[in-house]
Write a protein that binds this ligand. Structure first.
Ligand SMILES: *[C@@H]1O[C@H](CO)[C@@H](O)[C@H](O)[C@H]1NC(C)=O
Length: 228
């Protein structure tokens, strides 16, 4: 029976030379194994809580066991190879359970949200610490397991300089200090020396090799020099 139904639908579809695109209802999406809008909304709410109001129950319910987060923004902070997985489920739970981890309040720009079959793209504004808005974009890949939609993969990039400032850090960019007026090194007036000075400063910066927990706790070197 199923074969005939599928064959019939295929015939009907090809008979329509210019099918009028109709609105994709949740029913359509579910039929194709896609995440319905209401479940996507639930996932987005869970995402906000995982970042801003963490609890282990959410992590266990909404993160698949093989979930990973890849974020070059964070990897740069913690000295991980730039495209390495930043967190797995275990290390994320440890990091988010650390009371020193910033709990960023996320506001989602609803009109920028995209929900495809198995991906949810959100544009967010995160605020914590000094209150500087941090704009970020997250791509959340979802999978349905045991009747529950879960997150399986995050791609997360954000304005890490604003994040750093919120954590009480400072930096110097193009001669402009941010976070601490002393962040920009005093440059010698002799041509050429300034650049060398900046390079040697930036090399001593990242606090490399430390785990995500260190990032989350905001305990890396609070001063950094980027460009002069
Ligand atoms: C999770 O990440 C931590 C820290 O990077 C690592 O030590 C651990 O082996 C990873 N666990 C799994 C299951 O991959």
């Amino acid at each position: 029976m199923r074969f005939f139904t599928v064959a019939f639908l295929g015939l009907a579809a090809s008979a329509l030379a210019n099918p009028v695109p109709g609105p994709h209802t949740d029913l359509d999406k579910s039929c194709h194994g896609c995440i319905p809008q209401k479940d996507a909304n639930e996932i987005i709410d869970a995402y906000k809580r995982l970042i801003g109001a963490f609890n282990v129950e959410d992590a266990n319910k909404y993160l698949a066991d093989d979930w990973v987060d890849v974020s070059q923004s964070i990897n740069t902070f913690i000295g991980k190879p730039e495209n390495a997985p930043t967190f797995n489920k275990t290390s994320f739970i440890v990091s988010q359970s650390n009371p020193q981890t910033p709990a960023a309040l996320l506001e989602i720009a609803d009109d920028s949200t995209i929900v495809t079959c198995n991906k949810i793209v959100i544009v967010w504004k995160g605020t914590f610490g000094k209150g500087v808005p941090v704009r970020g974009i997250s791509i959340i890949e979802v999978v349905k397991q045991g009747g529950q939609w879960q997150m399986q993969h995050w791609d997360v990039e954000f304005n890490s300089l604003n994040w750093l400032e919120n954590m009480g850090g400072s930096y110097c960019v193009l001669g402009r200090p941010v976070g601490n007026p002393a962040a920009c090194p005093h440059l010698p007036t002799k041509p050429g020396h300034g650049v060398r000075n900046c390079l040697s400063q930036s090399r001593s910066m990242p606090g490399g090799g430390e785990g995500p927990e260190r990032f989350a706790g905001g305990s890396f070197a609070p001063r950094m020099f980027i460009l002069c």
